[in-house]
Write a protein that binds this ligand. Structure first.
Ligand SMILES: *Cc1c(COP(=O)(O)O)cnc(C)c1O
Length: 397
């Protein structure tokens, strides 16, 4: 069994804070601080430009990609790091469209994170040629897999409700209709077991600052099924995705395998932090993680439903259909979340009325869950949220 008391000790968790927002920004892994300091002082400071070779900076996107790959069931050499998730969505979608050149529809669902839809809109606008983004309700995706659809682009776990698509099933259903598949694993990587290779999906993308604890601005990842990475021409044909970047050839030639999904200079300091953050996962069995995650979520749901009658569960009640977060609707959810945060329990809020709580076994304990329930119940019972300062919306919710 994975020792989750030991993994908790690897994180800096501020005194007096109960952190239930690791689904949005993971906390600081203690090792990241030391690793970044080393990258700054010994590598950047002492080695200067020679660190690209001597400290292995240039290989970090692949090396760290393999470590992320292990957590999503991807074979070594099929995942590479870089850029932000929005960019990786754009790359994966454009590549997937090339696999099905005779069709024009990109299918997604209304639970998808807006940037994924925005990037699709931008790409389609640039492509012209009659492309269309078709957005249906999450439970209507399967019925919408028609032979007009070129690509099914979905986020597995809904950022608002935690509702989880059945990745293997939908991938099979899509591919049976000749549709290429892109999965966004933003709320899956490090949250639930993922079997990328077994799913047979063509592409996957995700970020690393949520459940993987890589820190604000940590680079995203992209996976391509090994048999197709060289069948697609990168739309963002940057020099580090070139076959021979240091030949400085004026003409682009795509690199080998997943390397062609690199774009420009890697974010070395962020990769150093992420590399250290991934150490926390070394002894973690993803099945154990899932068992703990479900137990934490169930404990929270039971506690809140027993003591907070004003809140309505908007996450699936069936754990098998839920990722590693729990959301409740409450009409004064924004103010209630501000009151909770003021009392040291950090979750977040998503418009219009969703209070969202992430459960992350690496550092969240049963005691955290019980404490959060107790504070939430008191805030609601005594209407402690009803103060002018808690109604004042901040830029980031
Ligand atoms: C968090 C998240 C993003 C964020 O994209 P960035 O480019 O990293 O800001 C995109 N898509 C999904 C599904 C997300 O959950």
């Amino acid at each position: 069994m994975t020792d989750f008391t030991a993994t908790r000790a690897l994180f800096h968790l501020p005194d007096g804070i109960c952190y239930l927002d690791g689904n949005s920004l993971g906390p600081l892994p203690k090792a990241a601080e030391a690793r970044m300091r080393e990258a700054i002082t010994s590598e950047w400071g002492e080695m200067l430009i020679t660190a690209w070779n001597r400290a292995g900076w240039m290989d970090l996107p692949r090396k760290v990609g393999d470590r992320v790959g292990r957590l999503i069931g991807a074979a070594p050499g099929t995942v590479v790091m870089g850029d932000t998730l929005s960019i990786k969505v754009f790359q994966a979608l454009s590549a997937a469209l090339q696999l099905v050149p005779d069709r024009k529809v990109v299918l997604s669902d209304s639970g998808n994170f807006p940037t994924d839809l925005y990037m699709a809109q931008g790409l389609i606008g640039a492509l012209g040629q009659g492309y269309e983004l078709r957005v249906v309700a999450p439970d209507e995706v399967e019925a919408a897999l028609t032979d007009e659809v070129a690509v099914m682009m979905l986020t597995q776990v809904d950022y608002r409700t935690g509702r989880m698509h059945d990745m293997a099933h939908l991938t099979r259903a899509a591919q049976a209709k000749g549709i290429a598949v892109v999965w966004d694993l933003a709320h899956s990587a490090g949250a639930v077991p993922v079997d990328m290779a077994g799913s047979n999906a063509e592409f996957a993308v995700g970020c690393t600052y949520k459940y993987l604890n890589g820190g604000p601005g940590a680079p995203a990842f992209i996976y391509a099924r090994p048999d197709i990475s060289e069948r697609v021409a990168p739309i963002l044909s940057g020099w580090l995705g070139h076959e021979a970047p240091f030949a400085f050839d004026p003409d682009y030639r795509p690199g080998m395998g997943i390397d062609r999904m690199r774009v420009g200079t890697p974010p070395v300091l962020q990769l150093a932090a992420l590399d250290a953050a991934l150490d926390a996962w070394d002894g973690v069995d993803m099945a154990d993680l899932r068992t703990r995650s479900v137990a934490l979520c169930e404990r929270f749901i039971a506690g809140v439903e027993a003591s907070c009658p004003d809140l309505t569960l908007v996450s699936p009640r069936d754990a098998a259909q839920r990722g590693s977060q729990v959301s409740f609707a409450f009409e004064n959810g924004y103010a209630a979340m501000q009151a909770l945060i003021a009392d040291g329990v950090i979750g977040d809020f998503r418009a219009p009325d969703v209070m969202r709580f992430g459960f992350t076994p690496l550092y969240t304990s049963d005691a955290d869950v019980d404490h959060a329930v107790e504070v939430l119940a008191r805030i609601l019972r005594d209407r402690l949220w009803d103060k002018p300062e808690y109604h004042q919306r901040a830029a980031v919710t």
